[in-house]
Design a protein around this ligand. Structure first.
Ligand code: ARG
Ligand code: ASP
Length: 670
């Protein structure tokens, strides 16, 4: 075989892999993928996924809260999502006497369902490509205004795809009376905690159950005892048959943010500058918080939510850096850009494009770094924020002080101010801060002065605080110097850079016509499809595609908080009392818990329905594996896997732990 032929073959195989399971597709355009989907085991049509003329699957998928997905599983508004998505609402409803986080909650009847103040659920009414209308001079605000008058609770927004090359109108219907129906104890819903987060093998029952209520006309309404369960146009049939390796899976949900098309400069910034900085800063914060938590059980609970939130991204970024290095993403992109530049050289509209993008990165990188540094240091401190919170909330400050410990915050402030001063680029340190540090002698001494003298340290003295309270003063210094103009979800999303990507993406379509382009995630509804699959974790180490209850019990350790299995689950396991959820796997009588698939997902896809080839619900998506975390930037089909809780575990826990099998009567189980 000639070298050339070999090269061609390799290229063909590589591009087939790229086609594999990468991509988050717009539901209204999914017809372009349907042939591929059907060849992989999907039995339904594009119309079943998205239609504006008849009920379709999209009518059973919701944006849950501000950043998760949920799915309807009954004709009476019953909704499933993750435990970690319901967490905030469950925490709000909890008290010492009713500690639903620790013990779980199961309504025994509709009357016992608990209204969740502030929680909303958004249905997509329709989406529409309005690129041409805007080009013809129509006004986006006017289009939105008209759409919002179409129905009760309607909201509309325009979202840009491919860096502005395509603009869509999204019309939503928002429901506001959402009630908690059931949740397992955290020892099931968050089993494995931060230890197992982003890790496979996984044994988490990460689900919670809610119900949407509507007025008597089935329209959205604020909470009222008169409201009735919402009747959705469509709900998912739940399959109790389980999944096998190789089975088709589809994820229908709201992925938040990916950057698949960014150039090597952006990846270099992420992998070599931004992520390492953020990881180091969060390591310091976590060390301080963990030590305090270990010393006092009250602090352990008080700082649990903060710890989890800090640790989630901290851990993800570490996996992301490792993944980008392992894949050599920067080098691969550089090589791709060299070929692109050669191709573009004789095309005047593209010839200088990459150079101009690089220059834009060069101009913005340092200021954006500074912006991120503020976010990860001074803006993480509670005390300086209390002044602003007090101004906004008056006397109702209890929710902030409940999770506030002045000694911990002081220790964090010392560490973060020292890091800020050490890391801030030359010439960007606010003069006022330099003056304060000089006046008190050191960063530590200045922080001691603030925490010793601020009235915001104690909720009982908040009312005595004056405008020149030292914490308010620190907050002022921070906000006066904060590079607000650089607010963007990532460096590449700064206007000056983003605008160049519009041209770059058009150029790429010409340069690389075989590539399957999908718009980066932006919290709009998407379809990802793939199959149930294990993967080779490391040389000689294969990770199978599922876990079982036996694995939960194998991790059981009452001395380790994250692995303390509830007694009820131990008892059920000892008796093997699995009811209809029991299955035989490898000759063992057990219950399936989680499974892996090749779907391309990201933050926001948590709670998404995992759908089989017949359109039935087989699981709820909640995480990715350690080797997958770089998939927001480069998706590697050989190792990227999403993690879902098997729907059979959801039913099993609801029945055997929750005693709420009455809920099955309103579901469509198959
Ligand atoms: N890593 C998952 C996601 O990004 C799950 C996070 C919740 N679980 C946890 N142990 N913090 O949201
Ligand atoms: N755990 C993420 C979420 O909450 C999902 C992911 O990043 O894979 O949306």
């Amino acid at each position: 075989m000639t070298k050339r032929l070999l090269l061609l073959l390799t290229a063909a195989i590589l591009s087939m892999q790229a086609f594999a399971d990468e991509g988050m597709w717009l539901p209204s355009l999914v017809s372009s993928r349907i042939k591929d989907m059907r060849s992989k085991g999907f039995r339904l049509s594009a119309d079943d996924i998205y239609s504006i003329n008849k009920a379709s699957m999209k009518d059973a998928v919701v944006l849950f809260g501000r950043g998760c997905t949920g799915e309807l599983v009954s004709g009476e508004g019953l909704l499933l999502t993750n435990h970690h998505c319901g967490y905030g609402s469950i925490q709000k409803l909890s008290s010492i006497d009713h500690d639903y986080l620790t013990y779980g909650f199961w309504a025994k009847s509709r009357g016992e369902e608990l209204p969740c103040e502030g929680l909303t659920v958004d249905f997509l009414v329709r989406m529409e490509d309005i690129t041409d209308r805007l080009a013809d001079g129509e006004d986006a605000a006017a289009i939105i205004g008209v759409a919002e008058k179409e129905g009760k609770g309607y909201r509309a927004s325009t979202e840009s795809m491919y860096y502005g090359n395509q603009i869509f109108l999204f019309v939503w219907q928002r429901f506001e009376d959402i009630r908690l129906v059931g949740t397992p104890p955290s020892a099931i819903g968050k089993f494995g905690g931060d230890t197992d987060n982003w890790i496979w093998p996984r044994h988490t029952g990460d689900f919670s159950i809610f119900r949407i209520y509507a007025d008597k006309d089935n329209a959205p309404a604020a909470y009222s005892a008169e409201n009735v369960p919402y009747k959705p146009k469509r709900h998912f049939t739940v399959s109790t048959k389980g999944v096998a390796e190789g089975d088709f899976t589809m994820i229908y949900g709201f992925p938040g943010n990916t950057q698949e098309y960014v150039i090597s400069d952006a990846v270099d910034y992420i992998a070599n500058v931004s992520d390492p900085m953020k990881i180091a800063l969060r390591t310091r914060r976590l060390d301080i918080i963990s030590a305090a938590q270990a010393s006092d059980p009250h602090i352990r609970i008080q700082y649990a939510a903060k710890h989890a939130a800090i640790a989630n991204a901290w851990k993800k970024w570490q996996g992301e850096v490792l993944g980008l290095k392992r894949l050599g993403t920067v080098e691969k992109k550089r090589e791709y850009e060299r070929r692109f530049a050669a191709w573009a050289a004789d095309k005047p509209q593209y010839a200088h494009l990459l150079d101009s993008m690089r220059a834009a990165y060069g101009r913005n990188r340092e200021a954006y770094y500074t912006y991120e540094l503020y976010n990860e240091t001074l803006l993480t401190l509670d005390l300086p924020l209390m002044a602003r919170r007090a101004a906004a909330n008056g006397n109702d400050m209890s929710k902030y002080y409940r999770d506030f410990n002045p000694d911990i915050d002081r220790a964090l402030a010392k560490a973060m101010l020292a890091e800020f001063a050490a890391r801030i680029p030359e010439g960007r340190m606010p003069q006022a801060l330099t003056d304060k540090v000089a006046r008190y002698g050191s960063t530590d001494a200045y922080i001691d002065y603030v925490y010793d003298n601020s009235k915001y340290v104690d909720p009982r003295t908040v009312g005595e605080a004056s405008a020149d309270d030292p914490a308010a003063e620190l907050y002022d210094i921070v906000m006066k110097n904060y590079p607000r103009g650089y607010r963007a979800r990532n460096l590449s999303d700064l206007k000056e850079i983003r605008s160049r990507y519009g041209t770059y993406l058009r150029a790429l379509r010409e340069f690389d016509p075989e590539r399957a382009f999908f718009p980066d995630a932006n919290l709009t509804l998407r379809v990802a499809y793939g199959k149930v699959a294990g993967y080779e974790y490391a040389d000689g180490e294969y990770h199978r595609h599922f876990t079982t209850l036996d694995g939960v019990i194998a991790k059981d350790n009452p001395d380790i908080y994250d692995y303390n299995v509830p007694q009820v689950l131990r008892d059920i396991h000892r008796k093997g009392d699995y009811g209809r959820s029991g299955v035989t796997i490898d000759g063992r009588h057990t219950v399936p818990v989680c499974f892996l698939a090749t779907n391309h997902t990201t933050g926001g896809n948590s709670g998404s329905p995992v759908i089989n080839g017949r359109g039935e619900l087989v699981g709820i998506n909640f995480d990715r594996t350690w080797r997958s975390t770089m998939s927001d930037i480069e998706f590697d089909p050989s190792v990227c896997r999403n993690i879902s809780v098997d729907i059979r575990y959801v039913l099993f826990i609801t029945d055997k732990v929750g005693g709420a099998s009455y809920l099955f009567d309103e579901m469509t189980l198959k």
